[in-house]
Design a protein around this ligand. Structure first.
Ligand SMILES: NC(=O)C1=CN([C@@H]2O[C@H](COP(=O)(O)OP(=O)(O)OC[C@H]3O[C@@H](n4cnc5c(N)ncnc54)[C@H](O)[C@@H]3O)[C@@H](O)[C@H]2O)C=CC1
Ligand SMILES: O=C(O)C1=N[C@H](C(=O)O)C[C@H](O)C1
Length: 269
C-alpha cells in the first residue's frame, strides 16, 4: 500500500516541528508539503532539518495551495486567523484535513462544518489518547454524580500559549455538560474576581494557569460535601499530541466526507 502524503501547516511552530519529526518516524506516512505564514523566517528552509530530523527535501512555503498540491491530507496546528485560507486551499486541492488549532470562534466552527459536507475532516482540541479517554470518563462521572457535585476545571500550560481557557479545558467542560444534558455556554464561569458571591449551583468553573514549559495539564474536580473526585491528565511532551494527530491523519485520509473527532479514530463512539 502506498504511503499517505501529509502536509504540515505551521511547520515552523512548536507543534509543526513535532509533527514533522513524527511523520519522519511513522511507517506509512510521508511528508509531502510544509507551509507557514508569509514573512516567517522559516520560509525556504528544509522542513526536516528545521525540525531536527534528517533533510526531508520539502521546503517550507508561504503559498498554502502549493503545500497542499502533493498531499492526501494536511495537518493544521496554527492560529485561528489561518483557518479560512487553509479551508479554501484544501477545497481547491481536494485535501482532507486534521485540525488541531484551538481558540476557534463560532463562524470558524461553521466553516469547518460546511467543509466537512464535501471532504473528510477531523478536529480535536487534544490528540492525545489519554485526553480522548478522559473526556469519556468525565462525561460518565458527570452523569453518575449529577449537578450536586460542583464541577471545576483547572488547566496549566506553557507561558507562550495565547488562548484561554485551553481548547481541552473547554472540551472537558462540554463533556461535563453533555453528561448533565445542559449547554456549556449556559452554565460556564470562565472568570472570577472580587466579591463574586457564593458559587451558583450547576455551574461549570474554569481556572487557567500559565508558566514555564508545561506541555498541558488538565484536572476536572467534582466536589461535594465530604468528598472530591479528581480526574486528570498531564502531557509531559508535545510528541504525544503529534503522534495522535499523525494517527488521525492516516485514518481520516481514508474516510468519507464528514466531521470526525479523535473518539472516532479510537473507536470510542
Ligand atoms: N489539538 C491538540 O492536540 C493541540 C493543539 N495545539 C494548538 O495548536 C496551535 C499551535 O500551537 P503551537 O505549535 O504551540 O503554536 P506556535 O505559535 O509555536 O506555532 C504556530 C505556527 O503557526 C504559524 N502561523 C500563525 N499564523 C499563521 C497564518 N495566518 N498562516 C499560516 N501560519 C500561521 C506560526 O508562524 C507558527 O509557526 C494552538 O492553537 C494550540 O493551542 C497545540 C498542541 C496540541
Ligand atoms: O497550546 C498548547 O500547547 C496546547 N493546546 C491545546 C489546548 O488548547 O487544549 C492542547 C494541549 O493541551 C496543548
Amino acid at each position: 500500500m502506498s504511503d499517505i502524503r501529509i502536509a504540515v501547516l505551521g511547520a515552523g511552530g512548536r507543534m509543526g516541528r513535532a509533527l514533522i519529526r513524527t511523520i519522519e518516524a511513522t511507517n506509512g506516512a510521508v511528508l509531502a508539503g510544509a507551509s507557514d505564514r508569509a514573512g516567517s523566517e522559516v520560509i525556504g528552509q528544509d522542513a526536516g532539518v528545521l525540525a531536527g530530523a534528517r533533510a526531508a527535501n520539502v521546503k517550507i512555503v508561504d503559498d498554502v495551495a502549493a503545500a497542499f498540491a502533493q498531499a492526501d491530507v494536511a495537518i493544521d496546528f496554527t492560529a485561528p486567523g489561518a483557518l479560512d485560507a487553509h479551508l479554501a486551499a484544501a477545497r481547491a486541492t481536494k485535501t482532507a484535513l486534521v485540525i488541531g488549532t484551538t481558540g476557534l470562534q463560532a463562524p470558524q466552527e461553521s466553516a469547518i462544518a460546511a467543509f466537512a459536507k464535501d471532504f473528510p475532516v477531523i478536529r480535536s482540541a487534544n490528540y492525545s489518547v489519554g485526553v480522548t479517554l478522559l473526556r469519556a470518563l468525565v462525561r460518565q462521572a458527570a452523569t453518575v454524580l449529577g449537578p450536586d457535585y460542583d464541577a471545576e476545571i483547572v488547566e496549566m500550560h506553557h507561558n507562550a500559549k495565547v488562548d484561554a481557557p485551553s481548547g481541552t479545558a473547554l472540551a472537558l467542560g462540554r463533556a461535563v455538560a453533555a453528561g448533565r444534558n445542559v449547554q456549556l455556554e449556559n452554565v460556564w464561569v470562565k472568570e472570577r474576581d472580587g466579591h463574586t458571591g457564593a458559587r451558583e449551583p450547576g455551574t461549570i468553573g474554569f481556572a487557567t494557569l500559565r508558566g514555564g514549559d508545561v506541555a498541558g495539564d488538565h484536572t476536572v474536580y467534582f466536589a461535594a460535601a465530604g468528598e472530591r473526585l479528581e480526574l486528570g491528565h498531564r502531557a509531559t511532551s508535545r510528541e504525544v499530541f503529534a503522534t495522535g494527530a499523525v494517527r488521525a491523519a492516516l485514518w481520516v485520509a481514508k474516510q468519507k466526507p464528514g466531521l470526525y473527532d479523535m473518539d472516532d479514530v479510537l473507536g470510542l463512539t
